[in-house]
Design a protein around this ligand. Structure first.
Ligand SMILES: [Zn+2]
Length: 71
């Protein structure tokens, strides 16, 4: 993960990107897609292209289960 490679702490990064630590956790685990504005903020903070901010795991079993139970 880029953030860890740069040695940026989870809580610090969340504050820098103006998002909650819980939301950041979900993004990093691939359970949530960051909004375009959040993706831009993350990319800017990490010094990478916004296209690099793609944490989402396709076919995540946990998300699929959550969607099924919500339906
Ligand atoms: Zn998931």
């Amino acid at each position: 993960m880029i953030r860890e490679a740069l040695g940026i702490k989870h809580g610090i990064f969340a504050v820098d990107c103006d998002i909650t630590p819980g939301y950041l956790t979900n993004i990093e685990k691939g359970h949530k897609q960051p909004s375009p504005a959040v993706a831009v903020a993350m990319a800017r903070r990490l010094g990478v292209d916004v296209d690099s901010i793609t944490y989402t795991i396709p076919d995540c079993a946990e998300c699929a289960r959550r969607e099924r139970s919500a339906a």
